[in-house]
Design a protein around this ligand. Structure first.
Ligand SMILES: Cc1ncc(COP(=O)(O)O)c(C=O)c1O
Length: 430
């Protein structure tokens, strides 16, 4: 299988050899490396990536799940093209930031005010600071397997085993002030926090990097009540679920309303973005016209609300806001999860296919997968093998990562996923 990949990706191999000399691990993000070397994308269109050797891949990774309309959707490209001529970066206030903030407030139940950043990591960082500023408490809590970006305070308990530091260079203070909670386990949360004072609990409504695992509705509802009873701010990290599970994101889908919400990915329409938003009284802590040092919570940045991301985001949300396309993708997501289960089960392969809406992930295990622990305890080697087999045959998943659907995926793209999965299962054990 790897032989066939190697034989058709010689230009990518040469690029990787060059990359290793100037980029640590040859990549710009550790997760983008896979064995024996990643292919190098030359261009992308709709549901497809085309690599340096001219190979074509149906893309289920979609730029880390950001591209819900596929690559370069015409309406977004057109809006961006116009903006290129009006200016790519102003460093001043401009109407597009107001329009996009208004659109977010219109679509997202918890959003009364918004601030824009350049990435999900940055948005989570500022949201955490805001929660601390608002509550006057230092400690924060997050879940096992929750991925919120590389910010020190949230870079804990991400991968199995969840009790060793995720990176060198994290201070003792950062590690001590973050409490890691069990996912989908309200009693476990209560137990962990019974003697703690925390400013916030941050949760992904569907664990993304942790395995495409949905929170249970009752769990989220219970968490909301627990936060209310204990003066804790509930933060939804909707960097993946935002504008994907519903026009109003995971909070609309689950009907559980957080105090602060963090966005990224889809909101930028294919351009770099992050945002955090929430209740007015909380967000006003960022208002330096009301609060003076040391009471106000700082946020800002050179490229914050840059016009390219704003216009691409606006064009994207205008397409998504009535929910028609999102509903269609959610129905398709359900079909994909069912069909993948069926293909594996027909061959007696123990598999769990998790996900929600248009997100899906395969786990090779007999056990129910309700948390990241179960996802990491499944056969990860087999998952890598499955994903590499798909890649060799023109279907791209970033190995071990969640798959996502876009409106650009055609019926034949989906059929290809099924037929290549069937081929993979047939070869298994031979
Ligand atoms: C749920 C979640 N939060 C935060 C982040 C970090 O966002 P970014 O990579 O834009 O910094 C990610 C990225 O994958 C994510 O999936």
């Amino acid at each position: 299988m790897l032989n066939s990949y190697v034989s058709k990706t010689s230009k990518s191999k040469a690029l990787y050899e060059r990359a290793k000399k100037v980029l640590p691990a040859g990549v710009s993000y550790a997760i983008r490396y896979f064995e024996p070397y990643p292919f190098y994308t030359a261009r992308a269109e709709g549901s497809k990536l085309f690599d340096a050797d001219g190979n074509e891949y149906v893309d289920f990774w979609l730029g880390h799940t950001a591209l819900i309309l596929g690559h370069s959707p015409p309406a977004v490209v057109e809006a961006v093209r116009k903006q290129l001529e009006r200016g790519t970066h102003f460093g001043t206030s401009h109407e597009l930031e107001v329009k996009l903030a208004e659109k977010v407030v219109e679509m997202v139940p918890s959003a009364e005010m918004v601030r824009f950043t350049n990435s999900g990591t940055e948005a989570n960082m500022y949201a955490t600071r805001l929660a601390r500023a608002y509550t006057g408490k230092n400690k924060i809590a997050k879940f096992e397997g929750g991925w919120h970006g590389g910010y020190d305070a949230l870079h804990k308990g991400v991968r199995y085993p969840f009790d060793i530091p995720e990176s060198a260079g994290l201070t003792e203070g950062a590690l001590r002030d973050t409490i890691v909670l069990p996912f989908n386990d309200l009693e476990g949360v209560e137990e962990k926090l019974k003697n703690e004072r925390v400013a916030s609990i941050v949760i992904e409504p569907v664990l993304g990097a942790g395995g495409g695992i949905p929170a249970e509705r009752e769990f989220l509802k219970g968490l909301r009540e627990f936060c209310d009873e204990n003066d804790i701010l509930l933060i939804f990290d909707e960097v993946i679920t935002g504008f994907r599970l519903a026009p109003g994101g995971g909070q609309e889908y689950y009907n559980v309303i957080p105090d602060i919400t963090v966005f990224g990915k889809i909101l930028g329409g294919g351009f770099p973005i992050g945002a955090f938003c929430g209740r007015r009284d909380i967000m006003e802590r960022i208002n330096n016209l009301i609060y003076e040092r040391p009471h106000y919570s700082f946020h800002g940045g050179t490229f914050a609300a840059n016009p390219m991301s704003m216009i691409a985001g606006l064009a994207t949300l205008e397409i998504l806001e009535d929910g028609t396309l999102i509903n269609r993708l959610n129905t398709l997501g359900e079909k994909i999860r069912e069909k993948l289960r069926e293909i594996f089960e027909a061959k007696g392969v123990d598999v769990q296919v998790t996900g929600a809406g248009s997100l899906f992930q395969t786990h090779f295990t007999r056990e129910t997968v309700k948390d990241a622990r179960a996802a990491f305890n499944a056969d990860r080697k087999k998952l890598v093998d499955y994903h590499l087999s798909l890649i060799s045959n023109g279907v791209f998943f970033l190995p071990t990562h969640v798959g996502a659907l876009s409106t650009a995926h055609s019926e034949s793209d989906i059929e290809k996923l099924f037929s290549e999965t069937e081929n993979y299962v047939k070869r298994w054990g031979k």
